[in-house]
Design a protein around this ligand. Sequence first.
Ligand code: G3P
Length: 224
Amino acid sequence: MITFDKPLVINLKNYNEISGDNSRKIVMDAKKASFSNHSEIVIAPPPSSILALSRIKLPIISQHVDDVALGATTGFIVPEIIKSYGAVGSIINHSEHKIEHPQIKNLVKRLRDLEMISIVCAENINEVKTVSRFSPDFLAIEPPELIGKGVAVSKANPSIIKDSVQVVKQISSTVRILCGAGIVDKYDVEKALELGAEGILISSGVIKSSSWYNKILELSSVLK
Ligand code: G3P
């Protein structure tokens, strides 16, 4: 099973900027940055492009998975199938794609059984308490009101990261914290690490930047 020390996880969402062949370009830029500074960069593309992008040989995860069976489950994203396409894990319960807590629990276990990593998102401290009991590999704190706004959670709401780190430590010795929402530059990343985060989950700060390569290099250099 692949493991990460301090990853930069880039969620491509469904931004128009990464449509068509541009999704390949951003993964190639990320791969170049990762070679140049030996950082761990993980890409979460739209699930339909997992097979094509995983051939570039940079870790690829899904943006979402469904707790449904292999077989006649049209339109759902099934862990076993995305693994066969080269995904090494998945985001679960992103605030733009919430699911019920029992499903989160099932999916964390199912991914672990498949030797895939789970990144479970939580939007407040109560949700942090609940989902950390499911022992995902990573728990990403993302207050929804800060997502895509360019104001980093590590600066706008540092206490939510600090408190989450503390709460998670009391519940599980293995769950690690990713900081997400509004991260735009290396100072935001430094602040997140100071507060106890062990990686970053980012989207618009990279996708909307003028140079994907330069931005990924800047952010990932702080994490290596
Ligand atoms: O999944 C990452 C995310 O929701 C944070 O988005 O645009 O604030 O970096 P953004």
